[in-house]
Ligand binder design. Structure first.
Ligand SMILES: NC(=O)c1ccc[n+]([C@@H]2O[C@H](COP(=O)([O-])OP(=O)(O)OC[C@H]3O[C@@H](n4cnc5c(N)ncnc54)[C@H](OP(=O)(O)O)[C@@H]3O)[C@@H](O)[C@H]2O)c1
Length: 238
């Protein structure tokens, strides 16, 4: 009998996070949809259950450590383990100007809010889940980053979002380094430009494609990579 893997995905009530949950469920993973609005999370989980797969929801607000600890505690209580953590939830609130929004107009409050969600949320979740993965001697952590965070291709526009994703990449590298030698793989991924509320209607990719590489990283074999940054299942520059 093969063991059922358990995945916790933040911000999985919609967008790429939901599609990651759906694709993992289709692979036989028991998925737990993290959603700050539990009703929205339950509705999303029901769509996967209606397909005949295993899904449920937990309340998860990633800027609130109490919510994080409660969510992780609930998953462990129900399943006894967490094999996969997908740090997906994030915000893009750089405001008017979009690709042209200037660093010189960036409000400290916008930067603070963005870092609180896009960096400290994944940090808190990682801190809560890693002890469970260490106990199991198994884990896969996938951080939804972005080409917008690549230092090698840094440009103007969305400055708070860009800096938060560069910092998330650093978090990825440090976490992977701390867990070297254990079968816990930690990787960052750019899903490409994806049609969601965040990506907008002009984006080139459907969620089905955007979720593919995160899902691949979530189920890596023991000889798979760790501490990497990927798009379309290939390494990309930091
Ligand atoms: N779309 C793209 O083109 C693109 C490109 C590169 C990288 N990414 C990255 O891919 C990931 C998913 O993006 P997406 O396009 O699917 O975004 P999205 O459509 O805007 O969905 C964001 C999700 O995150 C949740 N969320 C936001 N703040 C949260 C918080 N404080 N606590 C809990 N949940 C929170 C939202 O919940 P609510 O429904 O409650 O708001 C929602 O479920 C993000 O990390 C994003 O930066 C996206």
């Amino acid at each position: 009998m093969t063991m059922t893997r358990v995945a916790l995905i933040s911000g999985a009530n919609r967008g790429i996070g939901f599609e990651i949950a759906r694709q993992l469920a289709r692979k036989g993973v028991a998925v737990v949809i993290g959603s700050r609005d539990l009703d929205k999370g339950r509705a999303a989980a029901q769509l996967i259950v209606d397909e005949g797969f295993t899904a449920e929801a937990v309340q998860l607000e990633i800027t609130d450590n109490t919510s994080i600890l409660a969510a992780v505690g609930t998953v462990v209580q129900r399943h006894g383990r967490i094999d996969i953590l997908v740090n997906n939830a994030a915000i893009l609130v750089d405001g008017p100007g979009g690709f042209k929004s200037s660093l010189f107009d960036l409000q400290a409050e916008t930067a603070r809010q963005t870092f609180e969600t896009n960096l400290l949320g994944p940090l808190r979740l990682t801190q809560a889940v890693v002890p469970i993965m260490q106990r199991q001697r198994y884990g896969r952590i996938v951080n939804l980053s972005s080409g917008a965070g690549q230092l090698s291709d840094m440009r103007i526009g969305f400055p708070a979002y860009r800096m938060s994703k560069t910092a998330l990449n650093a978090l990825t590298r440090i976490t992977a380094a701390e867990l070297a030698g254990v079968d816990i793989k930690v990787n960052a991924v750019c899903p490409g430009w994806v049609r969601t509320d965040m990506g907008g209607a002009e984006a080139e990719r459907p969620v089905e494609i955007g979720a593919e590489t995160p899902v691949w990283l979530a189920v890596l074999p023991e000889n798979g990579p760790t501490g990497g940054f990927f798009r379309d299942q290939r390494p990309i520059p930091w």
